[in-house]
Design a protein around this ligand. Structure first.
Ligand SMILES: [Cu+2]
Length: 121
């Protein structure tokens, strides 16, 4: 293997490591819902926070703030409970949900590029 090949391979490995980190590890922070609305920002391809603990069985207000004007961010879906809501750009949109039982409820954009998880307890 020539030094040039080695460099290409190392660059490939570094790129893969970066992609793994970006998609699975960099947004792993869990936020716990307090008494007020849970604020979730949609910007640059991610929801922040993207993993939120909420109580099961009672209404929770999710306050989405969409900063990303691209059509990718225009809808938020929570498939498991049949929620699909359009988000205006630059103004908060409250979505009231009740998660019927403990478990994980994914919320995503239409193309499933933006992704987050509500963890009901
Ligand atoms: Cu999208």
């Amino acid at each position: 293997m020539s030094p040039a090949d080695l460099a290409v391979n190392l660059a490939g490995v570094a790129l893969i490591a970066f992609i793994v980190w970006w998609f699975w590890l960099s947004h792993g922070r869990t936020e716990r819902a307090g008494t007020g609305p849970v604020e979730i920002v949609a910007d640059e391809g991610v929801y922040t926070p993207s993993r939120i603990e909420v109580p099961a069985g009672r209404p929770v207000v999710l306050r989405f703030l969409r900063k990303d004007p691209s059509p990718c961010a225009e809808k938020v879906l929570i498939d498991r409970i049949g929620v699909a809501v359009e988000l205006p750009v630059g103004e908060p949109k409250d979505v009231v949900v009740t998660l019927p039982e403990p478990g994980e409820y994914e919320f995503t954009c239409d193309m499933r590029m933006y992704r987050g998880v509500l963890v009901a307890r």
